[in-house]
Design a protein around this ligand. Structure first.
Ligand code: NAD
Length: 310
């Protein structure tokens, strides 16, 4: 398959590498010139546990250099989704699939709005974890399942073929008939964990040990669960609070991506996580004061850190 990965940071590089090693013709597209140059010059270096390997594949900064693809995978941060997809419409043709495995809620909707008439949108989640260590080098921090499904329509042969290809390339993948539920299932976990770890500067597990954060977590998640039910979402587990606690325990020493983003003075994906609950709640008349409060607080910290205030 001809595959273009748009946003070749930690996750885009990881998926691109596996798909390329499986024999696909993969191009990595990223606006980060140093990273692109390092990959073209020395290959993409991947650290996995105590091993390191190099994968040779082509990277570029301008998607305009490529023609139509068989699959486009979007792996930019959510706040770059609209910009990134608008710049790569030349890669798309009637019924060419665009896959988003980004975190949060709203990416598939943005992609659909921009290219829905010209392309097929496939959405999902992945439990792989990765980080960028420097230009041309990433760490694969953890393996996990990827779940995909057609956005807004029934699954067809194409989505099963993509899952089959991912599995063949050692990216364990299944197709779900409840992809909205799967996305919301992961969203509620992020709603309970990410903003609070970022605001308090603690790893995931600490949230359960501190009385105040534990209570706030529960309030954020129960607002999110109420909104999900009002929006007609079927969550993939019976009890969201139980699920969030289990994930926080299992990932106790992890520092969430939102915490890392704030520490580095970067923008966070808060608009697609807690703020998404506020937006969706508004549509169904469900009040979401706790999610709104933490969203604004993260926004304030983003601004403070970015401008190095105080
Ligand atoms: P990242 O910051 O490492 O990579 C994003 C890349 O997109 C960057 O290299 C950036 O230069 C590039 N980019 C920005 N604008 C672009 C544009 N217009 N065109 C092309 N490239 C552009 O982020 P990541 O950690 O790989 O996360 C990507 C998405 O996957 C996020 O939604 C994240 O929440 C989700 N996710 C991450 C992990 C993880 O472990 N890192 C796990 C699951 C899901």
């Amino acid at each position: 398959m001809k595959i273009a990965i748009i946003g070749a940071g930690a996750m885009g590089s990881l998926f691109g590498a596996y798909l390329s090693e499986g024999g696909n013709e993969v191009h990595l597209v990223d606006v980060w010139r140093e990273h692109v140059d390092a990959i073209n010059r020395d290959g993409l270096r991947i650290k996995e546990e105590d091993k390191e390997r190099t994968v040779f594949l082509r990277a570029l900064t301008d998607p305009g250099e490529l023609g139509p693809q068989d699959l486009v995978v979007l792996f930019v941060k959510s706040y770059h989704t609209a910009d990134a997809i608008k710049k790569c419409t030349n890669l798309l043709g009637q019924s060419i699939p665009v896959l988003t495995l980004q975190n949060g809620f709203g990416n598939a909707e943005i992609i659909y709005e921009i290219v829905g008439q010209r392309a097929k949108v496939i959405a999902g989640t992945t439990a792989h974890g990765a980080t960028v260590l420097g230009p041309g080098i990433i760490r694969h921090a953890g393996r996990g399942e990827t779940v995909i499904g057609n956005y807004g329509e029934n699954n067809d042969k194409l989505v099963h073929d993509i899952a089959g290809e991912f599995n063949r390339c050692l990216l364990e993948t299944r197709v779900s008939n409840n992809i909205t539920g799967v996305i919301w299932g992961k969203l509620l976990v992020n709603v309970g964990i990410n903003a609070l770890t970022a605001i308090c500067g603690v790893p995931n597990g600490k949230l359960l040990e501190i009385g105040g954060t534990r209570r706030l977590m529960q309030l954020l998640v129960s607002e999110g669960e109420r909104v999900a039910r009002a929006r007609g979402v079927q969550l993939p587990y019976p009890d969201a609070w139980e699920k969030v606690q289990a994930v926080a325990r299992a990932t106790g020493s992890n520092r969430s991506s939102m915490l890392q983003d704030l520490e580095r003075g970067r923008e966070t994906e808060i608009d697609f996580i807690n703020m998404a609950i506020v937006r969706e709640g508004r549509k169904s008349g469900i009040p979401t004061p706790y999610n709104k409060f933490v969203s604004l607080l993260v926004k304030a910290l983003e601004e403070k850190n970015k401008n190095r205030l105080w």
